[in-house]
Write a protein that binds this ligand. Structure first.
Ligand SMILES: *Cc1c(COP(=O)(O)O)cnc(C)c1O
Length: 361
């Protein structure tokens, strides 16, 4: 098997040691003689594992005791709808900062349940800059403020957590969670689809301040209510047991890497290296994003002549550099540099880009 590097935006690369361990344990997990997928989620083994996974995450991110950790399903997209259902009543206002494709989708889904106030938007700038906090027009009576710290398609990222006073801050961290230090206490609720920085798709991680679970703004079936999941240790019904297990292996791997501060440093260095190669290419490659807003996780770039795109993709794939095709909204290329993408992958990409430019002039 040849070594490849996976730059997919999602589902994305998983840490190699995590996959190797899952492979070793596949047929006989925890001495049970069966795979983890074949176990009852109510069984002693699985319940003990689930508790350990939560404990590892709590340690990694220093999650305060007044926050619940939930392991959910439905993808981040389902929670675009479920968050307003749980946190706000029909006549209530919720603030949305729309700084990219996913934030726009979150706001549009929420509109079925709450009065959405678009507090700021960078749509007119093609989402290639970030609306600075000073431009946000927040409603002081809003039920919550929703934003997207890292926008996966446009490759823009807020470096600092915005201050929003007493209104709970809700963050869709699907493409940036655990990529660096995380101060949970700044947020009311953080959620993330797992398939970028945590594990396989089909799992959603949520960290939510417990007092927000007491809100009951509308009649709702139990299966939609976060408080019910918290009370049932996320086992209201059969959870994604395989995803939960793999997330746990990823959390252990993150601890072995030195935790979130070390990951943050590594991710900063990886992104800097790629941006430096783009900026230093004399215009051969270009990143369209406002430099102050550049993402560490998702790096879109174009070639000086889009007629070369097909060659770039074919040759990069032949060189073992996978999934570099950009999202259609921006065209060109996109390299996603999540936690599981090692510095060597970025080195290989940068070397290929130099070589390609030299050969195609
Ligand atoms: C990928 C992504 C989503 C969509 O996630 P699903 O799990 O497919 O619903 C939402 N928000 C962000 C920021 C993403 O990167």
């Amino acid at each position: 098997m040849t070594q490849v590097w996976n730059f997919s935006a999602g589902p994305a690369a998983l840490p190699r040691p995590v996959l190797e361990r899952a492979q070793r344990e596949l047929l006989d997990w925890d001495g049970s003689g069966m795979s983890v997928m074949e176990q009852s989620h109510r069984g002693k083994r699985f319940v003990a594992m689930a508790a350990q996974v939560e404990a590892d995450l709590r340690e990694l991110a220093a999650i305060p005791a007044d926050y619940a950790v939930l392991f959910l399903q439905g993808g981040a997209t389902q929670h675009f709808a479920q968050i307003p259902m749980n946190l706000a009543g029909e006549g209530d206002v919720a603030d949305y900062v729309v700084n990219g494709h996913w934030g726009a989708k979150a706001a549009s889904e929420a509109a079925a349940y709450v009065r959405v106030n678009v507090a700021a938007s960078s749509q007119a700038d093609g989402y290639l800059r970030l609306p600075p906090r000073a431009e946000w027009r927040l409603d002081p009576n809003a039920a919550y403020v929703h934003y997207t710290p890292n926008e996966t398609i446009h490759g823009v990222e807020y470096r600092d957590v915005p201050e929003v006073g007493g209104v709970p801050l809700v963050a869709d961290m699907s493409s940036s969670i655990l990529s660096g230090p995380l101060d949970v206490s700044r947020f009311g609720l953080v959620y993330a689809g797992a398939q970028k920085n945590i594990g396989p798709s089909g799992l959603v991680l949520m960290i939510v301040r417990r007092d927000l679970l007491q809100r009951a703004p509308r009649p709702m079936a139990k299966i939609f209510r976060y408080a019910e999941y918290a009370a049932a240790d996320s086992m209201l019904n059969t959870p994604n047991t395989w995803g939960w297990y793999l997330a746990g292996l990823t959390f252990q791997w993150l601890k072995e890497q030195g935790g979130l501060a070390a990951m943050g440093e590594r991710n900063r260095a990886k992104a800097e290296r790629l941006y430096a190669a783009i900026d230093g290419s004399g215009g051969y490659y270009r990143n369209p994003v406002d430099p102050a807003a550049r993402s560490r996780m998702n790096v879109p770039f174009t070639l000086h002549d889009s007629a070369l795109d097909a060659d770039f993709l074919r040759e990069s794939e032949a060189a073992g550099l996978m999934a570099l095709k950009g999202h259609k909204a921006l065209g060109g290329m996109r390299a996603s540099l999540y936690n599981a993408v090692p510095p060597e992958a970025v080195d290989a990409l940068v070397a290929f880009m130099r070589d390609f430019a030299a050969r195609h002039g």
